[in-house]
Design a protein. Structure first.
Length: 162
């Protein structure tokens, strides 16, 4: 699952870290670009040594650079990490978004409720935290089943800390 409960020194606090799932790890990214280059070079062997090669080569380079740029942009946009810290006195959520965007939310854990909107949200099983006259989304990038599991785990941890 793309979230993890981090170890804490005692039972009076809990820390949760969430991140988006990556279907293509960095090693796969390199292998994909390499395989694409190799597959594009195979038909170019027929024109090796002829002037036609110089006409085709710029398009080959543009195609590879375009894929590289698109995948790199996808990686940068998915650099999202949400940190949730629970203590008896405070609950804080920090979302580190792409390109350095940071959002913070804090509330008293006694008044915070974990809400799962089965329908009516932008996605099924929409998970939010409500407190301090504000409602914030948690784990927007998680799947439906992961949000269900997280709701149960987070409700349990919050109840134990109260």
């Amino acid at each position: 699952m793309p979230y993890q409960w981090l170890p804490t020194p005692d039972d009076t606090q809990a820390r949760l870290q969430l991140w988006p799932y990556r279907s293509l790890p960095r090693k796969g990214f390199v292998l994909f670009i390499g395989a694409t280059c190799a597959l594009i070079l195979v038909p170019m062997l027929a024109v090796l040594g002829s002037p036609v090669l110089w006409g085709i080569l710029p398009f080959f380079a543009i195609a590879i650079l375009g894929m590289w740029a698109a995948l790199s942009r996808s990686y940068r946009d998915a650099e999202i990490v949400e940190d949730l810290t629970l203590t008896r006195d405070a609950l804080s959520l920090t979302r580190h978004g792409p390109r350095g965007l940071r959002q913070d939310w804090q509330a008293n854990p006694y008044w915070v409720s974990v809400q799962l909107h089965l329908t009516g949200g932008p996605v099924p099983n929409y998970l939010t935290l409500k407190g301090s006259n504000r409602e914030v989304e948690l784990g927007a990038f998680l799947s439906e089943a992961e949000r269900l599991t997280l709701h149960d785990e987070l409700s349990d941890r919050l109840a134990r800390l109260r």
